[in-house]
Design a protein around this ligand. Structure first.
Ligand code: ADP
Ligand code: MG
Length: 590
């Protein structure tokens, strides 16, 4: 085949592919345009998860009728005049590609009235072909309507994910921008159903509450740090609130959402040793930096950026986050080895105090468990034999004689070879998990109706997700029904959890759900079960009666894998007779 120039249609479709990948990218470009136009109110409507319709209406500065045709041309922008300005960009857009790209892969209608115009104008573009500009009487602002996205590029359509996933991407995007621009009123609706709405009153915590639930929002720690020309603000989760993936780690740089890996690393580094392996914080952080110090023109959708002084930004972010964390939750500075090492004052060590229920709950606990795992040598933590079938109960766990409870958190017991400390929460988690899975495998989870159904409102993305899982929940003994926008009613729950908080159980179920996952059903079920059992298990800091303590030990002995909780943390630590003898100087070098 000889070399020839591509037709303009083909060339523009190729270019569009870089900018417009899925419905959420259209939403992103249109919302960014509205923000650049100074909108105070942005309303997004979609149909069929954005495949049918995406409409973004704003009350911004509008496009003058005379410029409307130019707005949809490629490389036409009002935001950049010279190449020099590329290095000091303060708007979200500047490439002048979005409207042209969207117009080339859909049926797009732009209706706009600029602040100085007496009347508005409308322009229709179909698969890249622009019609004539018409005069229309409309209020100030701009409405961009995108219908039948990718109707002329069937190959693209095939790459779209399920409606639920595409919808979730849009929800997530709007939620993030609502947080970043709390003074702008955002509204997102699918058909008649409003899935997200903010007031525009500037209250970020209220928006957090909508996204993560009131409880989590209340716990989020505020970050505020300034150094030279760098400023970091926003929210991070305390160490007790974590996720199993990095998806809730969000960075905005000069008002633009970027998926920058180095900054994510700075954030996780700040939590170093404070979180269990494989757990990640929630964070929404806003970095302000001189426009000249950051290059935003390295990715077609501007999802990545490059810093002039990467190391400086990295360490600033890490320090700022760490400081915020420490300010709220002092971290023990002694390694746990000291706890059992030579120091006679071990009881005074912060590590010990962290174990006490009066300390700030989970914070110290997560830490100590993470460290415990590493310090297996010193602490002689009971090695986990895994959950191989066929192992006898005795091989998994020795019979223990209960001595009592300490710190309302651990059970102390004697075994054939020394002392055992059992973490009551982790142990109970394991017990509930195995009971629930056995009932589930028999397809018989006794369910108990609640005296009064409990209604639970979830963030839109989670609500959408839960809707698809109601059948699965039924298999688990939860009877949950939709009950208004983003709201569900729990009517029954597994008898195993009777007396526990139904709303908390439901939230646990939808908490960590992974986007786009198509796990084996069995794996998904085990994960759901583990999640809800964690939430329902007895907490550290709860005094248990002697009978309750004994019952817990017996139940644990009956488990297939008694030595770890369903999330892999140890349920018990073993102090062998040999080790005690060494520590007391009865044996070994004196
Ligand atoms: P860019 O945002 O990179 O400039 P776009 O293709 O997204 O490129 O938009 C082209 C131009 O159309 C913008 O520069 C702006 O002048 C105008 N425009 C687009 N959307 C709006 C809007 N919602 N309100 C006002 N002007 C807009
Ligand atoms: Mg734009």
């Amino acid at each position: 085949m000889s070399i020839r120039l591509l037709s303009p249609e083909v060339a523009s479709q190729i270019a569009a592919g870089e900018v417009v990948e899925r419905p959420a990218s259209v939403v992103k470009e249109l919302v960014e345009n509205a923000l650049d136009a100074g909108a105070k109110s942005i309303s997004v409507s979609i149909d069929a998860a954005g495949r049918g319709l995406i409409e973004v209406a704003d009350d911004g500065s509008g496009i003058p009728a005379g410029e409307l045709a130019l707005a949809v041309a490629r490389h036409a922008t009002s935001k950049l005049a010279s190449a020099k300005e590329l290095f000091s960009i303060s708007t979200l857009g500047f490439r002048g590609e979005a409207l042209a790209s969207i117009g080339s892969v859909s049926r797009m209608t732009i209706t706009s009235r600029a602040v100085d115009d007496a009347i508005g104008a409308r322009l229709r573009v179909e698969a890249g072909q622009a019609g004539a500009v018409q005069q229309v009487g409309v209020p100030f602002g701009t409405v961009v309507r995108v219908e039948n996205l990718f109707y002329n590029v069937p190959a693209r359509l095939k790459f779209l994910k399920s409606d639920a996933t595409e919808r979730r991407a849009i929800d997530t995007f709007i939620a993030r921008y609502a947080l970043a621009y709390p003074h702008v009123r955002f509204k997102l609706a699918e058909g008649k159903k409003v899935t997200l709405q903010t007031s525009g009153d500037g209250d970020r915590r209220a928006i957090l509450a909508m996204l993560y639930g009131v409880d989590t929002a209340r716990q989020m720690l505020e970050v505020l740090a300034e150094e030279d020309a760098l400023k970091l603000t926003g929210f991070i989760s305390p160490t007790s609130v974590t996720r199993s993936n990095r998806r809730e780690m969000t960075f905005f740089i000069n008002g633009r959402w970027v998926q920058d890996i180095p900054l994510n690393a700075a954030l996780t580094r700040a939590y170093h040793t404070l979180l269990m392996v494989g757990r990640y914080p929630l964070a929404t952080l806003f970095l302000e930096i001189e426009p000249e110090a950051v290059d935003v023109n390295v990715h077609p959708a501007k999802a990545e950026v490059r810093f002039r002084e990467q190391d400086k930004v990295f360490s600033f972010v890490q320090r700022a986050v760490r400081r915020a964390l420490l300010a709220y939750a002092p971290v023990p500075s002694l390694p746990p080895a000291t706890l059992w090492g030579s120091s006679p004052a071990w009881r005074e060590s912060p590590a010990w105090r962290e174990h006490q229920p009066s300390a700030s709950g989970q914070t110290g606990l997560d830490w100590s468990m993470a460290e415990d795992a590493k310090q297996a040598e010193t602490m002689d933590a009971v090695p986990s034999p895994g959950s191989e079938a066929g192992q006898s109960v005795f091989a998994n766990m020795p019979l223990l004689r209960l001595i009592g409870q300490i710190g309302a958190t651990y059970l102390v017991a004697e075994g054939p070879d020394g002392l055992y400390l059992v973490d009551q929460h982790a142990a109970h988690e394991r017990v509930l998990f195995e009971k629930l899975m056995i009932q589930h495998d028999k397809r018989n989870i006794p369910s108990q109706s609640l005296l009064e159904p409990v209604s639970v409102t979830l963030p839109p993305a989670q609500a959408a997700l839960l809707e698809g899982q109601l059948e699965l929940l039924k298999d688990f003994g939860f009877q949950v029904e939709p009950f208004g926008p983003n709201t569900f009613q729990v009517r029954a729950m597994p008898a195993l959890f009777s007396g526990s908080d139904a709303s908390s159980a439901l939230r646990a179920l939808v908490d960590d759900f992974e986007e786009d996952e198509t796990p084996l059903q069995a794996e998904l079920e085990a994960r759901l079960a583990a999640r809800v059992c964690k939430r329902m298990a007895v907490k550290a800091g709860k005094a248990l009666s002697g009978d309750e303590q004994r019952a817990l030990l017996t139940d644990l002995e009956n488990c297939d894998s008694p030595r770890t909780c369903p999330h892999g943390r140890p349920t018990m630590i073993h102090l062998s007779v040999g080790m005690l003898e060494r520590q007391f100087g009865r044996k070994g070098p004196r």
